[in-house]
Design a protein around this ligand. Structure first.
Ligand code: NAD
Ligand code: 6OD
Length: 498
């Protein structure tokens, strides 16, 4: 059967509904939108867009669960349920994998190693964290000589609004839902309109393992004048955690200001890699190949600016280009595919507009720069070529603005001070990678880079107990390990006079 016919036949199965109070529901606004396969441009199915009434119902269901069985559960019992959710994701691994790859177009080889296992791990790590992290206690003197004890108590913040992006849909959504639930909150999630399926599917797992209804709710839709805005402006939401573009983060932070609700913002980046002449060249090439091109360049932590010490510049550029020229673009399930399309035609047009701008701004195109030739059945997909430029000025827009595609600009530098200054010449501050075998240099340079996460001789190596987040325009706050517990709980001090 041809791909398009197969997809048409499967369409009924691919309806994505809202998940409210433990039940799947259509749209109170009677609106729906198309879910498109970025590999082919074909319709996957339809998504029911939540209206204001649906968002109200989801927030009420979340509040009821908080005031009901979920709120009364012990940390240990909740942690057990979180383990059951993780096991439930593992059990339905193939379904999650298919759904994630169909929505995003990413290769199975990536999603089966990163997206889905991390989707499960995010529940286990925070189930453990809540059981093992203590709170503070202080004993103080008092004028009567009897003294007092201060004991800090963690309490859930309440109903958490979770707004997630399309690049790692299950991973980034559960990165927030895992700790939120572990801390005893309830959630209403608004996944990206581009990639709603795995977030909806997780509702089935929640029901299967016996998570009380209303603890996990999902509303589908867009941002402005749709589910995203209805949720973030909703007075029944106690705090908002967001991953996405900086501009969207600013709008949501403004919405959260009403009622002084707390926000966690994980936003955009224009991340540098510094490659010193004393690096291990093989490691630096392999690592930079991943940091620039993994997930078709759609990783917030990815490298878009590469600075290479002059003596190794030419060799580095030609070796990186040679390796990047070997990517196999294709369908997710095909053996050998290691690069998919970008997520949508809209995003393809954005990336291609930067490809054109790079030429206008005077770049030398070392590799790619356009749309690849794809077989006829994939010609309608959102494909772009892996691309490398050199020769741009430091103030070129291509060097300053986040593109979020499989591309980078490479520029030489002469001194350590210059490399650090170049790395910091950006309004963003999310991540960086430093390549050097000189550990004194690594220890000297890393803390001088203004960013939340700096990798040395590695990239995207994640210990989920560590602080994750960005400085400057890349975000507000930190998540991960105890830092997530800080955000998802309200710390109350109980002062007891003896
Ligand atoms: P986006 O900001 O367009 O959308 C993110 C989410 O916000 C989506 O669910 C969207 O529907 C919703 N949204 C949009 N406008 C809204 C509004 N006015 N009110 C409420 N919700 C609204 O981001 P994206 O295109 O989905 O993701 C790519 C961006 O995310 C890139 O900038 C990337 O760097 C960033 N990102 C950052 C991190 C991080 O951890 N720092 C991780 C992944 C992605
Ligand atoms: O690994 C993570 O926890 C995480 N938040 C990754 C973010 C990737 C951005 O695209």
């Amino acid at each position: 059967m041809a791909l398009a016919e197969q997809q048409a036949e499967d369409m009924v199965m691919k309806e994505v509904k809202n998940f409210i109070g433990g039940e799947y529901r259509g749209s109170s606004a009677e609106r729906s939108f198309d879910n498109i396969d970025p590999c082919t441009g074909q319709l996957i199915g339809k998504v029911y867009e939540a209206g204001r009434e649906d968002v109200d119902a989801a927030v009420s269901a979340a509040r009821d669960a908080l005031d009901g069985p979920w709120g009364r559960m012990t940390d240990a019992d909740r942690s057990e349920l979180l383990y059951a959710i993780a096991d439930g994701v593992d059990k339905r691994f193939d379904e999650f994998l298919e759904a994630e790859c169909l929505d995003t177009g990413k290769p199975h080889s990536i999603a089966s190693h990163i997206d889905i296992p991390r989707g499960a791990a995010n529940f286990r790590i925070f189930a453990d964290a809540v059981k093992n992290v203590s709170t503070e206690a202080f004993r103080m003197p008092t004028p009567d000589g009897n003294g007092a004890f201060n004991i800090a108590v963690r309490k859930p913040k309440g109903v958490i609004g979770v707004i997630s992006p399309w690049n790692l849909p299950l991973l980034l959504m559960t990165w927030k839902v895992g700790p939120a639930l572990a801390c005893g909150n309830t959630v209403v999630v608004k996944p990206s309109e581009e990639t709603p399926t795995t977030t909806a599917l997780l509702g089935e797992v929640m029901n299967e393992v016996g998570v009380p209804t209303g603890v996990y709710n999902v509303v589908n839709g867009f941002g402005p004048d749709s589910a995203g805005a209805f949720l973030t402006e909703h007075p029944g939401v106690d705090a908002i955690t967001f991953t996405g573009e900086t501009r969207t983060g600013e709008i949501i932070t403004q919405a959260a200001a009403r009622g002084l609700r707390d926000v966690s913002m994980e936003c955009g980046g224009k991340n540098p890699a510094l490659v010193f002449a004393d690096c291990d060249m093989d490691k630096a090439i392999e690592g930079t190949l991943r940091s620039v091109f993994a997930n078709c360049g759609q990783v917030c932590l990815g490298t878009e600016r590469v600075y290479v010490e002059r003596p190794i510049f030419d060799e580095f550029v030609s070796r990186l280009a040679a390796e990047a020229g070997k990517f196999t673009l294709g369908l997710p399930q095909e053996a050998g595919t290691n690069m998919g399309p970008v997520v949508s035609h809209e995003h393809q047009q954005k990336v291609l507009s930067y490809y054109a701008l790079a030429v206008e701004e005077g770049a030398e195109v070392v590799l790619g720069g356009g749309v690849p030739d794809m077989p006829a059945e994939l010609a309608g997909g959102a494909w772009v070529e892996p691309t490398i430029w050199t020769g741009l000025a430091d103030d070129a827009r291509v060097v300053r603005e986040e593109i979020f595609g499989p591309c980078c600009h490479i520029r030489p530098f002469d001194t350590e001070e210059e490399a650090i200054a170049l790395a910091n010449d950006t309004p963003y501050g999310l991540a960086a990678a430093v390549w050097t075998e000189n550990m004194s240099r690594a220890l000297r340079v890393s803390p001088q880079i203004d960013c939340g996460i700096c990798w040395v001789n590695s990239w995207f190596l994640r210990d989920l107990r560590t602080a994750f987040g960005g400085s400057k325009e890349s975000g507000i706050g930190r998540e991960g390990g105890v830092h997530s517990l800080e955000f998802y709980t309200e710390l109350q001090n109980v002062c007891i006079k003896i």
